[in-house]
Design a binder for this molecule. Structure first.
Ligand code: MSP
Length: 502
């Protein structure tokens, strides 16, 4: 069985999760579920990034200790597992022992490329990154629009410049494949502009004592990005020399990092360089998704427009939220959230679309007393269309194009609708039971081969849609599957996606 290792970014825990965090986790979850359904052995990792300076400052504001703060919010991020039905296999917190061991081991493994120097630079705490004067916009951080802090210190540096040529080659040749192509080009132009060595520690004083010590130098804490990036191998037991690390990282070709476009540089440049320095294997793919805005604006506490997944799920249910975040816009692009868009998408695709289609087909099958396991004689018109759809669906899913995969599924659903309208099976069912649909008396005795074939074809189509949509909406599709298996004994409607009335 082939192995597939998939990770999401580990989230900062200075506040509760918002729908941007949720979207990334749902994206990764859907890919994981698809791979598992294909029979691959999947290891899906999520976690929290806890040594950020932001936490120190947030804890001061909330008048609690940093440890209390990170425990509180890490719990909320872990809680997404239940409310979003995430299937991650492991969840790593960077305050765990296994992580600390790995970070320090990795530092030591990079020792030949680490040196100390005095310098001064402009640091954005929200990005946890230094900026050059020319990268700022009107003296402000381009991401957060805040004034960076001037730092003058003696710190450890990592010889990133040494890896410029090697990194360029790996990325150009897709040995580390960056998806989408436009992001790959951005990374290449960043590399081509010349890589400078990066600062990878800060004084314990500046870190307020929060973070992981540099081995053999307690006066310095390891820079939070060096610390955080290594979570991907620490969760596999890198720090403990585990066999799992060898199997899932060193020997495994299928390793995918899913991250937002804002942190691609860390994953596509710094992380591979650190791995090269430590003589470790590289990730195979890095998928950069876009950002979700709210009413066209960036989510922010100060604007008061942050949408929390807990509230959204409470109102619309897990699968409706999952579906919206995956199928409203392509993941590689930026998208926009409004309640109106969510409700429109739900009503159009789920209530009136799939929900209605399933209901129509099930009602006919029940009224005919169709025996679910009876036949595999399908109409070639639908069978051929299904085979073509299957190919496109697989291609889209394998390229992590979930929005496009959903469109493919819906075009098949539309085809089934047209097929029903063209064949009008209810007429045949009715003519056999003149008293009307739903009151057959001798169903098993006078089977109509034409109706049998139409219903078999439709049920076959429904089964395919359920299977294709399962990674997107696991619990709704399981519910539909169960209903279908017991079709003959159903008394009520399935009512999978009740219409929302605004
Ligand atoms: N802690 C770092 C990641 C370290 S990975 C070794 C971090 N944390 S974060 O909490 O700021 O972001 C976590 C993930 O959520 C990132 O991939 C980021 O791009 C993503 N998102 C944050 N806001 C987002 C949106 N509004 N929309 C979509 N994803 C966004 O960065």
């Amino acid at each position: 069985m082939s192995k597939f290792y998939l990770t999401t970014a580990i989230d900062y825990v200075n506040a509760s999760p918002h729908i941007g965090h949720a979207m990334e986790k749902i994206l990764a979850d859907t890919i994981s579920r698809y791979k598992r359904l294909k029979g691959e052995e999947v290891l899906f990792l999520a976690g929290t990034d806890e040594h950020s300076l932001k936490n120190v400052r947030a804890a001061e504001k909330e008048k609690i200790t940093v440890k209390e703060l990170v425990d509180k919010y890490a719990g909320k991020f872990y809680g997404l597992k239940e409310i979003l039905n995430l299937s991650f296999d492991d969840f790593i917190r960077t305050t765990e022992k296994r992580h600390l061991l790995g970070v320090q081991k990795l530092w030591s493994a990079c020792q030949n490329d680490i040196y100390k120097k005095s310098y001064s630079g402009l640091y954005c705490v929200d990005c946890e990154e230094f900026y050059k004067e020319r990268e700022l916009i009107n003296g402000l951080c381009p991401e957060h629009k805040t004034k960076p802090e001037l730092i003058k210190e003696e710190n450890y540096f990592f010889r990133l410049s040494k890896y410029q040529t090697q990194l360029k080659k790996f990325i150009e040749k897709d040995e580390v494949k960056i998806i989408p192509e436009t992001r790959k080009n951005e990374v290449l132009s960043f590399i081509n502009s010349g890589l400078e060595d990066i600062c990878i520690s800060r004084s314990s004083k500046r870190a307020s004592g929060w973070g992981i010590d540099v081995p053999n130098d307690k006066s310095q804490k390891i820079w939070v990005w060096f610390d955080a990036l290594s979570n991907y191998i620490n969760a596999l037991g890198y720090g403990e020399n585990s066999e799992k690390f060898n199997d899932w990282w060193q020997k495994n070709k299928n390793k995918l990092h899913i991250v937002g476009k804002d942190i691609l540089r860390f994953h596509a440049v710094y992380w591979p360089a650190i791995l090269l320095s430590a003589n470790l294997s590289l990730p195979k793919q890095i998928f950069a998704h876009g950002f979700i805005k709210v009413n066209g604006q960036k989510m922010s506490k100060s604007l008061g427009n942050v949408i929390h997944p807990y509230e959204l799920v409470e109102k619309y249910g897990t699968d409706a939220v999952r579906y919206f975040l995956l199928a409203e816009f392509p993941s590689v692009e930026d998208g926009d959230f409004t309640y109106e868009k969510l409700e429109n998408k739900y009503n159009a695709d789920l209530a009136n679309g799939i929900g209605n289609l399933f209901e129509r087909i099930f009602a006919m099958a029940i009224s005919y007393k169709y025996n679910y396991d009876d036949s595999d004689d399908y109409d070639s018109e639908i069978k051929d269309f299904q085979e073509k759809t299957e190919v496109v669906y697989a291609e889209k899913m394998n390229n992590h194009q979930l929005y496009e995969a959903a469109i493919t599924i819906f075009s098949f659903a539309k085809k089934l609708d047209q097929y029903i309208n063209a064949h009008e099976p209810w007429r045949l069912i009715k003519s056999r039971h003149p008293k009307g649909v739903g009151t057959p008396t001798e169903a098993s005795e006078d089977k109509n081969p034409e109706v049998e074939k139409i219903l078999a074809t439709l049920i076959f189509g429904v089964e395919k849609i359920i299977l294709w949509l399962k990674p997107f909406m696991p619990s709704k599709m399981e519910q539909a599957e169960k209903y279908l298996k017991n079709l003959n004994s159903q008394s009520g409607k399935l009512n999978l996606f009740p219409r929302l009335n605004s």
